[in-house]
Design a protein around this ligand. Structure first.
Ligand SMILES: [Zn+2]
Ligand SMILES: [Zn+2]
Ligand SMILES: [Zn+2]
Length: 341
């Protein structure tokens, strides 16, 4: 049932493109951050230790208590915490929202969650952490994902990490983000549909086929252990892109067995480290693509992580055609990265 108007003007809004079906989020409160008004530059975003909002006690650095806290003996000796984002794109409203109409358009209130996963050290980012520390990050992603996915209003849970000013990290202290959305985002929807139609046609998971081909061809594989594999994809979208897959077909990230956390941390950490060593600490984004939390049938999907170093700037050709232009072939990118392994 479509409602004619929205109910809560303080909550961010999602609007759907009439032509492509893509959703965009409008979160005006986020521009209160002073950094947003001025030119982004590395100096400005290099938050000093003294000014870092994450350095105070977990209770003081957020409006509310952390939603998750890993600590040693006492509260102040924390190693990782998850807090609500003070500048959320999606806010918890306590009730599910309906899509409403504005003229010919569809929109929905941005009901959901937006949380920040903070590791203790101000400077040491994932590439420089020990495997044990990255395993703790994986454990936190997993634990929080499983808590959030049961919310009936949540359709998708996105876990991502921005590193460096060019990747949109507005605070230099290492942190990841968890966003729960009331709709399945367009990119995820496309990925689900594409892999479904491949499977319908070929009776096999497209990602299992890709992993099989990479193992056979060997040219683009960077890291591999019993449970996970990392490679530069044959069809990369940016220079030095890396994708990580569980070798066993699994649709949902949250079903990763606990015994495999350290193996996932191993390939993730090594992938970020080789980018750090080879490309001199580039800005990057990585995110988890997993089956939606919408209780639908997504067994064909194969969850994975995509790492995008910020090596391209979109020019007219990319914006006008949507076709990315790579300056190095995936084979040569892998060869180059492997020199630093
Ligand atoms: Zn800090
Ligand atoms: Zn598969
Ligand atoms: Zn993906």
């Amino acid at each position: 049932m479509l409602k004619k108007t929205r109910q809560n003007k303080n909550v961010p809004e999602l609007r759907q493109d009439l032509v492509t079906g893509e959703w965009v989020a409008i979160a005006e409160k986020r521009v209160e951050r002073p950094q947003e008004f001025v030119k982004r530059d590395a100096e400005l975003l290099n938050t000093s230790f003294k000014k870092c909002p994450f350095e105070t006690s977990p209770q003081a650095s957020a409006k509310e208590k952390p939603v998750l806290l890993y600590k040693n003996k006492n509260e102040t000796d924390w190693t990782l915490q998850i807090v609500l984002n003070l500048y959320p794109v999606f806010t918890h409203t306590g009730q599910c929202k309906d899509i409403f109409q504005v003229g010919p358009y569809f929109a929905i209130e941005g009901a959901g969650l937006h949380e920040i996963v903070i590791t203790r050290d101000h400077k040491r980012h994932l590439a420089l952490m020990s495997n044990g520390e990255v395993t703790e990050v994986v454990r936190a992603y997993h634990q929080r994902y499983n808590e959030i996915k049961n919310d009936e209003c949540v359709k998708y849970v996105s876990i991502f990490h921005n590193h460096g000013p060019e990747a949109g990290a507005s605070i230099s202290h290492p942190h990841s983000q968890i966003v729960a959305t009331p709709v399945v985002p367009s990119d995820v929807h496309r990925s689900l549909e594409g892999s479904k139609s491949y499977e319908d046609k070929n009776k096999k998971c497209v990602h299992c086929i890709i992993i099989g081909w990479e193992k056979e061809d060997k040219k683009r594989i960077l890291f591999e252990n019993d449970s996970f594999i990392a490679f530069v994809p044959f069809v990369s979208r940016v220079n030095f892109e890396i994708q990580i897959f569980p070798k066993e077909h699994r649709s949902n990230f949250e079903e990763t067995p606990k015994e495999q956390f350290s193996q996932l941390a191993d390939v993730l950490r090594k992938s970020l480290r080789v980018l750090y060593d080879t490309l001199d600490n580039p800005s990057y984004n990585f995110f988890i693509h997993t089956a939606p939390a919408d209780h639908g049938e997504h067994k064909h999907y194969h969850w994975h992580i995509e790492i995008f170093p910020k090596t391209n700037t979109w020019g007219g050709i990319e914006l006008g055609t949507g076709m990315e232009v790579l300056m190095i072939s995936p084979e040569n990118a892998a060869k180059y990265l492997k020199k630093h392994i």
